[in-house]
Design a protein around this ligand. Structure first.
Ligand code: SF4
Length: 360
């Protein structure tokens, strides 16, 4: 039979001669481990800051899980974070309690059908749920007060009373019949347009720079797309050459590396943006260069040898789209921990559709 940790914790507090002291101590010393996972953390900060001052009812955020007895799960828990949550909870001494705040933690919230989301109540036992997106600090305070009452009386009490409704009657469905959730309102354009065109801008330095780059890269299309923005389109065989020339020009770091998925044309666009920290006049300039690679054989050289900081971004693009950056030693590894998740940002990646069953 599954161990009921919540019941055991309460039982421990209510047992023995010194039970009243144990209960009193736990009630007024609910130390929450500092485990901010997402934006709900702002509401927690609000509840604990000087305005509401959670210390007044004995609750204090603390940095070390081994000296704490409460976890406040703040909204989203991703598959990657789930492990950290479980380890944190395991390391806390008994008796310990959990409050979960935010719609994301209850049923996924705005990420409800996302590839990376978990339901925290499947990972650790939760004492109280606080709904809302974001939940209010008052809601969190109510949950802390409810937990204190539970510690004192030994009984779990919900913080809200819900009207009882006969769901089957309301929905006109048989109890036990499987129901599909509504389809998410997804609209995917058959051929999304990617328009990157030259723009006439008053930018003297840019004109000179573009001329200079054109002389060095006769194999590429080079134009300004705004003041301080230059775009270079070329073939994949010149990808490394462009990087080499830009680096020698003084562009010493990578701003971003993106992959754009065009499934109907069987290609990916790999787009890299670079700038400079060392050459003063290049500092405001961002140069983006892009190449197309076949979607069914997405390989392209790594640019680590020019810009070591691109490493992490190549790993991410490898994970999300399956693009293989030749020469990057990470290739073949997974950045996302869940083994079943393959290239989740490819447009043809299918999410597992949840189904809901009305309980008997
Ligand atoms: S419930 Fe809302 S506020 Fe909380 S983590 Fe999710 S999105 Fe952020």
């Amino acid at each position: 039979m599954k161990k009921d940790v919540n019941a055991e914790n309460i039982e421990f507090l209510s047992s023995g001669l010194i039970a009243p002291i144990k209960k009193w101590g736990a009630k007024w010393s609910l130390w929450a481990v500092h485990l901010v996972t997402s934006c709900c953390g702002v509401e927690l900060a609000h509840a604990y800051a000087s305005g509401y001052d959670a210390e007044r009812w004995g609750s204090l955020n603390f940095g070390m899980m081994r000296q704490t007895n409460l976890i406040i799960v703040e909204g989203t828990i991703t598959k990657k974070m789930a492990r950290a949550l479980r380890i944190t909870w395991e390391q806390m001494p008994d008796p310990k309690f959990v409050i979960l705040i935010g719609a994301c933690g209850i049923e996924g919230g705005l990420f409800w059908n996302s590839y990376h989301i978990t339901r925290p109540w499947k990972i650790i036992p939760i004492d109280y749920f606080v709904p809302g997106c974001p939940p209010t600090p008052e809601g969190l305070i109510s949950a802390i007060r409810a937990l204190q009452k539970k510690i004192e009386s030994g009984e779990a009490k919900t913080t809200a009373k819900f009207r009882e409704t006969d769901l089957a009657k309301l929905l006109g469905t048989e109890v036990g019949k499987e129901r599909k959730p509504p389809k998410p309102p997804l609209k995917i354009a058959e051929k999304p347009e990617i328009k990157i065109e030259p723009k006439e801008v008053e930018w003297e330095f840019g004109k000179k720079l573009i001329e200079e780059l054109k002389n060095k890269m006769p194999f590429a299309e080079i134009f300004a797309i705004d003041i301080n923005r230059i775009y270079i389109k070329t073939e994949s065989k010149f990808y490394e050459k462009v990087a080499e020339l830009l680096e020698s020009e003084g562009f010493d770091h990578v701003k971003s590396l993106n992959v754009i998925d065009l499934p109907h044309e069987n290609k990916f666009v790999v787009e890299c943006s670079v700038s400079s920290y060392s050459v003063e006049e290049l500092m405001p300039v961002i140069v983006t260069f892009s190449v197309e690679i076949p979607r069914d054989k997405p390989r392209i050289p790594s640019l680590i040898r020019f810009w070591p900081s691109i490493d992490y971004q190549e790993r991410e693009m490898h994970d999300f789209f399956g693009v293989w950056f030749e020469g990057n030693p990470w290739m073949g590894n997974k950045f996302l921990l869940a083994p079943e998740v393959e290239t989740p940002l490819r447009k043809d990646f299918k999410l597992e559709e949840p189904s809901y069953v009305l309980e008997r």
